[in-house]
Design a protein around this ligand. Structure first.
Ligand SMILES: Nc1ncnc2c1ncn2[C@@H]1O[C@H](COP(=O)(O)OP(=O)(O)O)[C@@H](O)[C@H]1O
Ligand SMILES: [Mg+2]
Length: 233
């Protein structure tokens, strides 16, 4: 496995969970091809919280989709814990996404017909990774004990996003990917959700890669990287 020197030197970061090398992606759907990613390199270590910023249209969501295996790169390599996701077939990629990745988006994407408790646990149950003690700890740390039997429409935006983060972390993922997770929240609520998420990432020991527009939120994480002209600076 390739381990960057910067990470090796820092004893805090033990293990590179995500390694992206020379990643290229061009969209060819209609009209002129759009070359979005042009040689992206990026590492995220276990327990490390990385903010990904960049102008609108710079390819941030594209990069997260490729890492999550929701779309395929043209060339380059994405390794999770040293294993290339390009070498997996569709079923293996889906299993990896279900069992080893946590995904959080700006839209909370909760299941409206399920209670908060079931929203929190159903993905972990599907993945065969439901752990009652960890579920209880997430409920406690995310402040959701009083609303467990409610339905998503009965929650505030901040509560809904806390459920979505809890659901993503319930599987004890290797890597948590978040695309503007607080984009629908007011500043105070966004800060609260970020602080909780950062603490839980540390507790879980997973890597955390978060796309954000906000310099304030970005500064709350351990490292800031910017996507510009198709590359990470
Ligand atoms: N499925 C797609 N088909 C064609 N073009 C796309 C597609 N997804 C994104 N793009 C284009 O790729 C560029 C990067 O998009 P995106 O990754 O969403 O950027 P960001 O998240 O940084 O705003 C934009 O120009 C966008 O219009
Ligand atoms: Mg985006």
């Amino acid at each position: 496995m390739h381990v960057s020197l910067a990470i090796c030197r820092d004893a805090k970061w033990q293990l590179v969970v995500l390694s992206v090398r020379n990643l290229f992606k061009t969209y060819r759907s209609a009209g002129e091809p759009i070359s979005v990613l042009r040689g992206v390199d990026l590492d995220v270590a276990s327990g490390e919280r990385v903010a990904l910023t960049g102008e609108s249209g710079s390819g941030k969501s594209t990069l997260l989709h490729l890492i999550a295996g929701l779309d395929a790169a043209d060339s380059g390599d994405i390794k999770l814990e040293g294993a290339s996701i390009g070498a997996l077939d569709d079923a293996e990629r889906a299993a990896l996404r279900r069992e080893r990745l946590g995904l959080v988006f700006q839209q909370f994407n909760l299941v409206p017909s399920l209670s908060v408790s079931d929203n929190l646990s159903f993905q972990a149950r599907l993945a065969g990774r439901h752990d009652p003690a960890w579920h209880a700890e997430l409920v406690e740390r995310l402040g959701l004990a009083a609303v467990l039997q409610r339905y998503p429409e009965q929650l505030s935006g901040g509560q809904q996003q806390r459920v979505a983060i809890g659901r993503a972390l319930a599987v004890k993922p290797l890597l948590l990917l978040a695309d503007e997770p607080t984009g629908n929240l007011d500043e105070t609520t966004a800060d609260e959700v970020m602080t909780l998420t950062g603490d839980l990432v540390r507790r879980t020991g997973c890597g955390f890669l978060m796309v954000t527009h906000s310099m304030r939120l970005s500064a709350m994480l351990d490292r800031q990287v910017t996507l510009h002209a198709g590359r990470v600076a």
